[in-house]
Design a binder for this molecule. Structure first.
Ligand SMILES: [Zn+2]
Length: 315
C-alpha cells in the first residue's frame, strides 16, 4: 500500500539526443493524481501530449520511441526508468525537440533531476498490477517472462562474446534505494564495429564516449573505467524498468529476462495487457482494470494539461 507520488516542483535538463545528435531539453512538472506520466510539447499555440503507455509505442530499434498523432519522442527509456525507479506515479515531461537528452548514457542525471524537484505524496493509493499466472515471450535464444512473486524482482542474464562482458547475471529487488544505488548509474553500451552501421541508419549520431560505453574487439575504448564490472547487465535492467513502465502501473511479479532488449521488453508489456486473466489490479478495482484494457490511444487523451510558463521555453 503506497500513496501516489508526484514532483514537488518543476525541474529542467538540457543536452543532446543520443540518436538524433540534436540539442534537446526537457522540463519535468508535477501532475495531479491518476494522471500517469505524460510527455507534452508546446507547438505554435497549442500543447500536444503523448502518454507514456504502450498504446503509443513507436519503433524499438536501439531505443524506445513513443509516437502520438502530433509528435514523436525518441529514447524515452532512461527517464522513464528514473520515474519508475523512484516510484513517481504522476508527472508531465515537457520536451523541446524530439528526443530525451542522452545525459551520461545512464539514468543517474534524471534521478538527480527528479530528486532535486522533491517528491510529494498524493491522497489516493497507487495501483499495482499483480501477476497471478506466468506470462512468457520468446524470440529464438532471447526470452522474457514474468512469474507470480510476493515482491517485485528482476533477474536478467546477458551473454556477449567479449572478454569484458561474457555472461552476466543480475538480481534486482525493485526498491527506490536499490535502483538509485545499483542500477541508475549504469550506462548505455555499444560495440565499435556496430557504431558505423548505426550511423549509416541515422542512429547514434549524438553518441560519444561521454554518453556511451564503447567496446573495441577485446577492450574498452573509454578512458573512464566501467562503473561496475557488470555495468552492461545493470544497464539492461535499467532499460527493462523503463520499458515496463509503459504498462502505466508498477508490477508485482518476478521478471526473468535472457538476452532480451527493447523489442522483447515491450512485447512482454503487450502480452501482459493481452492476458488480463493472468493478473489482478491491486488498489484499483475491476472497473479500473477494464479501463486499462479498454483504453485506446484516442481515449487516453489527457484531460488536464499543465499551465506551461512561456518563460520556461526561453530558458
Ligand atoms: Zn538504455
Amino acid at each position: 500500500m503506497r500513496q501516489q507520488q508526484t514532483l514537488s516542483k518543476s525541474g529542467f535538463l538540457s543536452g543532446i539526443g543520443l540518436h538524433s545528435g540534436k540539442p534537446t531539453s526537457i522540463a519535468v512538472h508535477p501532475a495531479p493524481q491518476n494522471t500517469g506520466i505524460i510527455f507534452v510539447k508546446q507547438e505554435a499555440n497549442k500543447i500536444v501530449a503523448c502518454p507514456a503507455t504502450i498504446q503509443y509505442l513507436g519503433q524499438t530499434d536501439h531505443c524506445t520511441t513513443l509516437q502520438a498523432a502530433d509528435f514523436q519522442i525518441q529514447t524515452v527509456e532512461h527517464i522513464l526508468a528514473a520515474m519508475a525507479g523512484l516510484e513517481i506515479d504522476n508527472a508531465y515531461i515537457e520536451i523541446q525537440g524530439n528526443e530525451i537528452p542522452a545525459a551520461d548514457g545512464s539514468a543517474a542525471p534524471f534521478v538527480e533531476l527528479l530528486e532535486g524537484c522533491g517528491l510529494t505524496a498524493q491522497e489516493e493509493l497507487g495501483s499495482y498490477i499483480k501477476i497471478v499466472q506466468p506470462i512468457h515471450v520468446q524470440d529464438e535464444q532471447r526470452s522474457i517472462a514474468v512469474l507470480p512473486s510476493a515482491l517485485p524482482r528482476i533477474s536478467y542474464t546477458i551473454d556477449f562474446p567479449h572478454p569484458l562482458i561474457q555472461r552476466q547475471d543480475y538480481e534486482h529487488s525493485c526498491t527506490p534505494a536499490e535502483f538509485t544505488r545499483n542500477i541508475s548509474a549504469a550506462r548505455t553500451f555499444a560495440f565499435r564495429q556496430e557504431i558505423e552501421f548505426l550511423w549509416s541508419r541515422g542512429l547514434g549520431l549524438g553518441g560519444s564516449l561521454n554518453n556511451t560505453v564503447v567496446f573495441s574487439e577485446s577492450d574498452l575504448v573509454n578512458e573512464e573505467e566501467l562503473r561496475f564490472t557488470n555495468e552492461c547487465v545493470r544497464h539492461k535492467v535499467l532499460d527493462l524498468i523503463g520499458d515496463l513502465s509503459l504498462l502505466g502501473f508498477p508490477v508485482i511479479g518476478h521478471f526473468e529476462a535472457k538476452r532480451a532488449g527493447h523489442f522483447l521488453h515491450t512485447k512482454l508489456v503487450q502480452a501482459i495487457l493481452d492476458n488480463p486473466d493472468k493478473w489482478i489490479l491491486l488498489n484499483g478495482g475491476e472497473a479500473n482494470k477494464s479501463r486499462i484494457l479498454e483504453r485506446t490511444a484516442s481515449s487516453l487523451a489527457p484531460t488536464h494539461l499543465p499551465e506551461l510558463q512561456p518563460a520556461f521555453l526561453a530558458v
